[in-house]
Ligand binder design. Structure first.
Ligand SMILES: C[S@@+](CC[C@H](N)C(=O)[O-])C[C@H]1O[C@@H](n2cnc3c(N)ncnc32)[C@H](O)[C@@H]1O
Length: 440
């Protein structure tokens, strides 16, 4: 396919994503199935145009004189070429030459917008590329910086790896994947960062021997920091209550040096399923997966026994918009209210497993106070036996890097908030509490 034909295909795909409100990945997969002639390079280029357009939806629409919700797929893609890829009007016109598979030539109005419009006077939700209804919640957290925070969340995310210390060290991993030019992480001593290719494509990491042998895992550095700050004690008893596919479970196991016992639970059997194979691959022998079994209480024997309970809570995922740009436009106020309710109930359940002197780590990949500091305040009010661990103390788990992390992150008494703009990671909130009183 020519670059112009890829552009036409992207306009069609964006039209379907917006009209049917379906996840971009599904629509792109369907497109690939019904266009078998397209090669992997075409599919990757198309995905890259579609995701960049979704990342910059509000600013792309603004540039073309349109508004989110009333915009045209063509306007969005053309606007994106200017705001995200920096193409000038002549370069865009050259792609839209009206040829057989190319988009129609630019109209005078489109030419005018592409050559003259700017984001300078645009409101924060446009400059930050997020839905208008989230302006007030984001302003409550970031104030005047919300547009810059949003803009950083509208960038492409790098590919972060975590070296599995149960299988080897950073040097060994670095040698095995030297051809991918990994750079050390800024905070996590076991993080390696791989730059994306020009079109935003990530290398096929899961086919690398280092991955197949369990020496490296794919994990955003923010997620890595969350598990490090949770500081699972070596030889201790730890419960990962919302383990999902086991991203943090594997890291906790490595931080525990494979000693002690780590229980991994998730109330969704399907989400938990990949953990079995991942635990094997990682050589994480101290992990015991507790799968839900109908109404049976599969964690009953752990009550009051845990040195650490990690609640990596279900959340709106506002901190991961770089990786899921279509999710930010699908998010609705009702979903936020729903997550807040779930989080409070999971936190209450988690308290039950923490032993006296044990800790509760609350983590979300959300940026919103409702899911973060408010949630922690609510929990402490309902559970007076728990006290906050000051973020300064929690950050000590990172040694000297903890000092710079605190300076970079948004620090509140309840915890630390990492963001792409501040820490170059996905957005993560991390709060630590200790059970100081039997009352719980
Ligand atoms: C943010 S994800 C976990 C990601 C995972 N810890 C990782 O690092 O890959 C949140 C998880 O919480 C699970 N969950 C939701 N409600 C739950 C509940 N009441 N008890 C346990 N897990 C729950 C969801 O199924 C989901 O897998």
């Amino acid at each position: 396919m020519t670059p112009a034909a890829r552009l036409s295909a992207a306009i069609e795909v964006i039209g379907t994503i917006l009209a049917e409100r379906r996840p971009a990945a599904d629509v792109l997969k369907d497109w690939g199935r019904s266009h078998r002639f397209a090669g992997s390079g075409d599919r990757a280029a198309l995905a890259s145009i579609a995701y960049d357009t979704l990342r910059r939806r509000a600013s792309s629409a603004w540039i073309m004189g349109e508004r989110v919700g009333e915009e045209t797929p063509r306007g969005l893609v053309l606007g994106m070429l200017k705001v995200a890829r920096g193409l000038d009007v002549d370069a865009i016109a050259a792609l839209c030459d009206g040829g057989r598979f190319a988009p129609a030539p630019l109209s005078d109005k489109e030419r005018q917008h592409l050559s003259q419009a700017s984001l300078d006077s645009a409101p924060a939700p446009v400059r930050g590329d997020y839905p208008e209804w989230l302006d007030a919640p984001l302003a409550a957290v970031f104030g005047e910086a919300r547009a810059e925070e949003g803009a950083a969340l509208a960038e492409r995310a790098p590919l972060d790896l975590r070296v599995n210390s149960l299988k080897g060290d950073v040097e060994k991993a670095g040698e095995l994947i030297a051809h991918l030019a990994p750079a050390p992480g800024a905070w996590s001593p076991l993080a390696l960062r791989i730059a994306l290719e020009a079109d935003g494509k990530a290398p096929p990491l899961t086919s690398e021997p280092a991955y197949l042998k369990g020496l490296v895992e794919i994990q955003d550095e923010g997620s890595q920091i969350a598990a490090i700050l949770a500081a699972p004690p070596r030889g201790g008893q730890v419960l990962d209550l919302c383990a999902g596919g086991g991203g943090k479970t594997l890291e906790l196991a490595a931080l525990m040096d494979g000693a002690g016992q780590l229980y991994a639970y998730d109330d969704d059997l399907r989400r938990l399923a990949p953990i079995h194979e991942r635990v094997q691959r990682a050589g994480a022998h101290n992990v015991q997966v507790r799968s839900p079994r109908g109404k049976a209480d599969v964690l009953e024997d752990l009550a009051g026994r845990m040195d650490l309970v990690l609640v990596d809570a279900p959340c709106t995922g506002t901190g991961t918009w770089r990786r899921n740009p279509d999710a930010k436009w699908r998010m609705r106020p009702g979903a936020l209210a729903e997550r807040v309710k779930e989080q409070a109930s999971i936190l209450d359940a988690a308290a039950h497993y923490v032993k006296l002197g044990g800790r509760l780590a609350y983590v979300t990949c959300s940026l919103l106070d409702e899911e973060n500091v408010d949630q922690v305040r609510g929990f402490l009010a309902r559970h007076p036996g728990f006290h906050l661990v000051p973020p300064a103390e929690a950050a000590l788990a990172l040694g000297e890097r903890g000092i710079t992390l605190r300076a970079a992150a948004l620090e509140r008494p309840e915890g630390l908030l990492l963001t792409p703009r501040r820490t170059g990671t996905d957005g993560f909130f991390i709060s630590l509490m200790v059970r100081a009183d039997q009352a719980g």
